[in-house]
Ligand binder design. Structure first.
Ligand SMILES: Nc1ncnc2c1ncn2[C@@H]1O[C@H](COP(=O)(O)OP(=O)(O)OP(=O)(O)O)[C@@H](O)[C@H]1O
Length: 791
């Protein structure tokens, strides 16, 4: 058959499918309308339909049954309305583009191949007998992503099916017309990928279902492993694969899994907005999204001023001259290590025999139960009783002590004073409360002595209530003192390290930690260990509703933090996606090798998938950036061509700024949708933003850590906030040796440069960074600015 014939045959099918979709849309619109009317009507008439009678106990029962029935009918209708509206929404999306792929699959034992068309949702024919379109997540659709033409087997819930793929075809269909169509081999069409990747960026990430690659498909459809680790190069589609994976799991386990049982940990709040449209585009609800810092704030933000990871990073990047710098770095490394995790666990064990610290129970300045008495009681429970149980027993004892104290206070002068101050309304209220409490047995306060006693008890009980609550929630355990003690008793630390060396600058680390704790501050590196100690002693606040935890930018987490997360979500499978080359924080990354992550659930429960193809940037940009990081030679650029990255060197700030402003104006004219001027720190971003706002016709947007939404346009952004996102053009504000030369700056520089899709310019005020100059000259174009060029 000629290509033209094939094209027209396929177009006829598209017309047929489009007709069917339109018929469904008309039907569903009618249904949605009538459900809506019914619901509105029922809400209006709700009370008329309910039999109301409250005169006798039986009638009350009847009334409530009637109400229950009526509201059941109403909620059934509301549910039907929602379901039909969702089905209509799905049809509308299919109408725009009904499918994107076809495979011809001949099952063994059948005479003819079946044509299988794939789209973002399934569609049945008019008789509801066969599928006009299969959902991309259906078992059979796996053939499209996984198999080359030839013999193949796939799994279905009812067993394995074998056969032959005779043909694999791709389409781009928009508004009922085929725009592209081509047959493809193993990989899903370079042509289509070329087209998709060459477009300009968007403020929002897009779904990639039409062009998912084989190795990405392995990530998406992996549903057995407890721990899935994806180590992938910058721009290799880790985030994309993670999001399609969520959609896949929601489809496959739709009977048991809801979107709110999956949580995505993102690098910053802006990233949440960047990825938030992918799942709705695929007809699914978004999973929960949060950042690790948000979680920490919720848990400890009321007690301490918490440093966030960005402030820590700003310090690391900008304060190398600080006398305490080396100690801080050593502290960060130690406190995020597995060694420190072990130290804390051993510390907890040691508290079984000694060292527990308590806060005394005080009332009006006087000790009701002293810390010493508590410790004595705590250690009086035999050593075989578990720590948590001992604390519970201590708590019960303290509550009794408090009650006894309350009794002893009944005659205290402060109680009399309170009673004298009671207004008649207070008395009335007290009386009512008492009546309620005693279930109506009290008629009046008839005996003065009894009345005083009752009121006194109430007054005392009221005043002791906060203390009771405090005791019940185990707040008497002095976590602050316990954590501080780790930095006060060197010989204890040496014991707890069990032969490992104390970190360098230990004395300074201790004084720094204690100094901050004294003013109610916790450095970022202290927050997780502090919380871990607290949870070890008082019990973990676990969330067993969550079934999948997806950690994006996993390289930014320490082994300590991951171990902590494992305990928080005991029933969840974990997908950790990261790139060790983008580990920009000072702590050692959990992705340093896959060892620490694999240890979390053990090798038998862990699978590692590597992605080495980079899709985001042009071949020229990938060839330039991969040379900056160890192992970079394994990164394979996708075959999409662009300009060589430019390195533009100027010798003074004025020229430098002028050149950037001139290039920016040019790029705006060229209609680049999103352009980022990437700086090293927030401080530098602020200055650059001010300077550019003075010279550009429209001020660029300054991205801060609090920025919530990602938009198109020109941005000035610190490198660490650009993580995970991408821009058509990236201008590195100052890629000089002055700014990026230290080893810990290498990954930051790499992360910044790899944000570029189509164009990368690195400006350098003075000598360019060694991360540039150590690369072969032919990979970039160098240009020295002269005053004449910028005028
Ligand atoms: N199979 C694919 N088809 C089409 N586009 C793809 C595919 N895989 C990745 N991309 C595109 O490549 C770009 C990078 O993808 P993504 O952000 O998911 O990568 P990443 O590995 O998370 O990157 P980084 O680690 O640098 O943040 C996105 O624009 C994405 O749409």
């Amino acid at each position: 058959m000629s290509t033209d014939q094939q094209w027209s045959e396929e177009q006829q099918r598209v017309d047929l499918v489009t007709d069917q979709i339109e018929r469904k849309i008309t039907e569903l619109e009618k249904e949605v309308g009538s459900f809506r009317d019914e619901v509105v009507e029922m809400r209006k008439d709700f009370w008329d339909e309910v039999t109301m009678n409250f005169s006798e106990a039986d009638d009350v029962g009847e009334t409530s049954t009637s109400m229950r029935q009526q509201s059941q009918v109403l909620s059934d209708r509301e549910r039907s309305h929602l379901n039909t509206a969702a089905a209509l929404d799905k049809m509308k999306r299919l109408h725009h583009s009904p499918y994107f792929g076809r495979i011809d699959f001949k099952e063994d034992g059948y005479p003819q191949a079946e044509r299988i068309y794939l789209g973002i949702a399934s569609l049945l024919d008019e008789k509801e007998e066969s599928f006009l379109v299969y959902d991309w997540r259906a078992p059979i659709s796996n053939l499209y992503y996984d198999g080359a033409p030839g013999p193949i087997t796939y799994h279905t819930p009812s067993g394995e099916i074998s056969g032959d793929i005779e043909m694999k075809r791709q389409f781009v269909i928009r508004d009922g017309r085929i725009r592209f169509m081509f047959d493809t081999g193993v990989t899903i069409g370079d042509e289509l990928l070329q087209a998709v990747l060459s477009r300009t960026s968007d403020a929002q990430m897009k779904s990639i279902v039409a062009t998912i690659q084989k190795e990405q498909n392995r990530i998406i459809r992996n549903d057995r492993t407890r721990m899935l680790i994806v180590q992938g190069a910058a721009g290799s589609g880790k985030t994309s694969a993670a999001l399609q994976r969520v959609a896949y799991l929601l489809y496959k386990y739709r009977e048991h899994l809801q979107a709110d049982q999956m949580v995505l940990f993102s690098p910053n709040p802006m990233f949440n907005s960047y990825v938030s449209t992918v799942l709705p585009e695929l007809g699914e609800e978004n999973m929960l999204q949060t950042t690790f810092q948000e979680y920490l704030e919720r848990r400890l933000g009321r007690e301490y001023q918490l440093e966030d990871p960005f402030i820590q990073l700003e310090y690391v990047l900008s304060n190398m001259e600080d006398p305490g710098y080396m100690a801080r770095m050593s502290g960060i490394r130690f406190k995020s290590s597995e060694s420190f995790l072990k130290v804390i666990t051993r510390f907890k064990d040691s508290l079984m025999s000694e060292g527990m610290k308590f806060k005394p129970v005080r009332f009006q300045g006087q000790a009701v139960v002293t810390a010493e008495a508590m410790a004595e009681k705590f250690y009086s429970f035999g050593s075989s009783v578990k720590l948590v149980n001992r604390l519970e027993m201590l708590r019960d004892w303290m509550l009794k002590e408090l009650s006894a104290f309350g009794k002893s206070e009944l005659e205290a002068p402060w109680v009399d004073q309170q009673l004298d101050l009671m207004e008649p309304e207070d008395l009335q209220r007290a009386y009512q409360r008492l009546k309620r409490k005693q279930k109506g047995k009290v008629d009046t306060f008839d005996d003065f002595a009894q009345e005083r006693e009752i009121l006194a008890r109430m007054v005392v009980s009221d005043r002791l209530k906060p203390l009771r609550k405090w005791i019940k929630s185990l707040r008497f355990v002095d976590i602050r003192q316990l954590y501080a003690h780790l930095f006060q008793d060197q010989s204890q630390m040496i014991r707890l390290l069990e032969g490992e060396a104390l970190p360098a600058h230990w004395d300074e680390i201790c004084s720094m930690t204690l100094r901050r704790m004294k003013v109610q501050e916790l450095a970022y590196e202290d927050i997780t260990p502090y919380l871990y100690l607290r949870e070890l002693l008082l019990g973990f606040h676990i969330n067993s509703n969550i079934r999948h935890v997806i950690i994006d930018e996993a390289q930014d987490y320490s082994a300590f933090q991951l171990a902590f997360m494992k305990r928080l979500f005991p029933r969840a499978k974990i997908t950790a996606l990261g790139d060790f080359n983008q580990a920009i924080y000072a702590h050692s990354s959990v992705l340093r090798g896959t060892g620490p992550l694999t240890n979390l659930y053990g090798p038998e429960n862990t699978e590692v998938i590597e992605l080495t193809r980079s899709y985001r940037s042009t071949q020229q940009i990938v060839e330039f950036t991969r040379g900056m990081v160890p192992g970079g030679e394994e990164i394979i650029p996708f075959n999409r061509s662009g300009e060589k990255p430019a390195v533009i060197v100027s010798s003074n700030t004025e020229e430098h700024m002028k050149k950037i402003a001139a290039d920016l104006s040019h790029l705006i004219q060229e209609e680049y949708e999103s352009v980022a001027v990437i700086c090293k720190t927030a401080e530098e971003s602020k200055e650059v933003h001010e300077a550019l706002s003075r010279v550009l016709p429209a001020a660029p947007k300054l991205i801060k850590k609090t920025t919530l939404a990602f938009e198109r346009g020109v941005h000035v952004i610190p490198a660490y906030l650009a993580k995970g996102v991408e821009f058509d053009a990236v201008l590195i504000y100052d890629g000089s040796a002055e700014q990026y030369a230290q080893e810990h700056e290498r990954k930051l520089f790499y992360t910044a440069c790899t944000r570029a899709m189509h164009l990368l310019h690195v400006y350098s005020l003075g000598k360019p960074s060694p991360f540039i100059t150590s690369q072969p000259q032919q990979l970039y174009a160098i240009n020295h600015v002269s005053a004449a060029q910028t005028d």
